[in-house]
Design a protein around this ligand. Structure first.
Ligand code: SAM
Length: 217
């Protein structure tokens, strides 16, 4: 088991589509890695990056970067992308706290955050991927017209996020659903792309919450 993990770590470091904490030189220059000026979409806390992978195949004219603090989770998707020649996806192994060191102001067109750990205890609120500190970083790296798509099975986390949006004042919600798969036919099919986590929560009959929002000036 430990040996498998070590092998994945070594391979991650060798894969040409994988980046680590020492990749700050790509800040503001990710388009050079991809070899085009196509929009850049980040999936934060991507885990196995199932969402980014599916969207990257569907939208070859968009560049996707999965970001996760655990690179072993991204290893499979990274290897598969190389094998299948999916060139518009990359992986970045960092903690979200350092995001602004890897992406320049307004470099990113869209952010996805799906099924992050809910961190239910208030004393752990600083780890929630939607909190005032992280929002200020997202605002900084997103293009003016850029949006964040946030999905969770945790109603508590979702309500926490909505309370923050009210307090932040300059957040504009564009889509909102408390039951994405049963009561939101108007919401775009891309937002309903399923990962293992989402399938598991749906099997438990948990309603999926979704919000798409943008930062106003
Ligand atoms: C519950 S999984 C969800 C995976 C994926 N978004 C999905 O829907 O299938 C949460 C992921 O977020 C990552 N994560 C948690 N905190 C993080 C942080 N501060 N920075 C980067 N990744 C983080 C974890 O390593 C884990 O892979």
């Amino acid at each position: 088991m430990a040996r498998t993990k070590t092998r994945k770590k070594v391979q991650y470091a060798e894969f040409s589509n994988c980046f680590d904490a020492d990749s700050r030189q790509w800040r503001g220059r990710w388009h050079e890695h991809f070899g085009n000026n196509n929009p850049i979409v980040l999936e934060l806390g991507c885990g196995q990056a199932e969402l980014s992978y599916a969207l990257a195949k569907q939208y070859p004219e968009v560049n996707f970067i999965g970001v996760d603090v655990k690179h072993v989770r991204m290893w499979h998707a990274a290897g598969r992308a190389l094998e299948e020649g999916v060139q518009n996806i990359a992986f970045l192994h960092i903690h979200l706290l350092w995001l602004a060191e890897y992406f320049a102001d307004h470099e990113v067109s869209e952010l996805w955050i799906t099924f992050p750990d809910p961190f239910p205890k208030n004393k752990h609120a600083k780890h929630r991927m939607i909190n005032p500190n992280f929002l200020s970083v997202y605002r900084r790296i997103l293009k003016t017209e850029g949006t964040v798509i946030f999905k969770t099975d945790s109603r508590e986390l979702f309500l926490y996020a909505l309370e923050i949006f009210v307090r932040e004042k300059n957040i504009r919600m564009m889509e909102l659903s408390f039951d994405l798969h049963n009561n939101a036919p108007h919401i775009h099919a891309d937002f309903k792309t399923l990962t293992q986590y989402e399938k598991m929560f749906m099997a438990e009959e948990k309603p999926i919450n979704l919000v798409q929002f943008a930062f106003s000036e």
